[in-house]
Design a protein around this ligand. Structure first.
Ligand code: ZN
Length: 303
C-alpha cells in the first residue's frame, strides 16, 4: 500500500492507495501545530493504523505547505512546529522506512502530470491559485527538483513596474517578506484587493465572478486587470520553463472564463510571435496533494 499524507494548516489527511494508485480510503485529523512531538506522534498513529488494517508496511509520501530545503528542513508559515525540522527523517526513523516529502503544490503538479490532466504531455507546469499561488514543473512525469527547493515559486516574483503604473497600484507587502509579489494580486484575496482598489465594495469571489458574468462595469475592470497581471505572472513560468501545458488547480481554476482567456493574456507578455501553452483545469483538484505525495513515495521506492 502507498500512503499519501497531505498536511495542511488545519488538517492532516492520509490517503491510502494500492500499487495502481486506486484510492482505498482517506482519513482526516486536526494538525498539531505547536508541539512537534505531538505532530510526529499524529503521523505515526495514522500510518500504524493503516499498516495494521491492511497488514502491510506501507510506503509513505508527505506533501506539506512551505519550502523543504536541500537538507530536508521545513520552512512553513502555517505549521510553526515543523520549522527547521526534518519531518521525513524523523518520521522515517520512528517507522523504520524511507519517507518522501515535497511541497504540496509540487505534489499537485506531479499528480496531474503522472495521471491527471497533464498526462499526455512531456513538460507540465502545475499551478495552484487559491488563497496563495505556487506550483511545480515536471519533465516526463518526474518532478523538477532544485538546489534550494524554491523552483516553482512564481507567486513570489515581483509585479512589473509597467503594470504597477498602468493600474496605479500601491506596493503591497507580502507575507514572505518580499515587496509586491504577484500572489498579492492573483490569489483569491488578490482579486478582492483589486476590486476595492478600483472603488468596489467588499464582496466575496463568487459574487464578483457572478457580477463579471452579468457585465457589471467594475467587476469587468477588476477581472481585466486581474487577467493582465495573471498573464504576466504565467509568462514568467513560460520564460523559465516553456512548458507544453499549464495545469491549473485551486479556487481560481474553477472560473472557466479565466482559464479560457488566460492564454491570450499570457501572450501579451511574451515575445511577439511566441505563443502560450494550453492552460487546462486540474483533474484531481483537492485530492492532488495526497495523491502526488503517494506518487513521490512510489518513485522513491522504485529507485
Ligand atoms: Zn511573497
Amino acid at each position: 500500500m502507498i500512503y499519501g499524507l497531505d498536511i495542511g494548516g488545519t488538517k492532516i489527511e492520509i490517503a491510502i492507495f494500492n500499487q495502481q494508485l486506486d484510492l482505498q480510503e482517506r482519513r482526516r485529523i486536526p494538525t498539531p501545530k505547536i508541539s512537534y512531538s505531538a505532530f510526529i506522534d499524529a503521523l505515526v498513529t495514522l500510518v500504524t493504523q493503516a499498516d495494521e488494517k491492511y497488514c502491510v508496511k506501507g510506503i509513505i509520501g508527505i506533501g506539506m505547505p512551505g519550502i523543504i530545503d536541500a537538507n530536508g528542513l521545513s520552512l512553513s508559515a502555517n505549521i510553526p512546529c515543523v520549522n527547521n525540522k526534518n519531518v521525513a527523517h524523523d518520521l522515517g526513523k520512528r517507522l523504520d522506512r524511507k519517507v518522501a516529502i515535497e511541497n504540496d503544490c509540487r505534489c499537485f503538479a506531479l499528480s496531474e502530470a503522472v495521471d491527471g490532466a497533464g498526462k499526455n504531455y512531456s513538460n507540465v507546469y502545475g499551478a495552484i491559485i487559491g488563497t496563495g499561488a505556487a506550483g511545480g514543473f515536471t519533465i516526463n512525469q518526474q518532478l523538477y527538483t532544485s538546489r534550494q527547493g524554491i523552483a516553482g515559486e512564481y507567486g513570489h516574483m515581483q509585479l512589473p513596474a509597467s503594470l504597477q503604473q498602468k493600474y496605479q497600484l500601491p506596493i503591497k507587502a507580502c507575507g514572505c517578506g518580499l515587496p509586491n509579489c504577484f500572489e498579492g494580486y492573483i490569489s483569491g484575496p488578490g482579486i478582492l484587493f483589486l476590486h476595492q482598489h478600483f472603488g468596489g465594495d467588499a464582496v466575496d469571489v463568487p459574487t464578483l465572478v457572478k457580477r463579471w458574468h452579468e457585465g457589471d462595469a467594475l467587476a469587468t475592470i477588476t477581472f481585466e486587470c486581474f487577467l493582465d497581471i495573471l498573464g504576466a505572472s504565467f509568462s514568467t513560468i513560460v520564460m523559465a520553463y516553456d512548458p507544453d501545458v499549464i495545469v491549473m488547480g485551486g479556487g481560481i481554476s474553477l472560473i472557466e472564463r479565466v482559464i479560457e482567456r488566460l492564454p491570450t493574456h499570457i501572450e501579451a507578455h511574451l515575445f511577439t510571435n511566441f505563443n502560450s501553452p494550453q492552460v487546462i483545469q486540474a483533474q484531481f483538484g483537492d485530492a492532488s496533494g495526497g495523491r502526488g505525495a503517494a506518487i513521490l513515495a512510489r518513485q522513491l521506492h522504485a529507485v
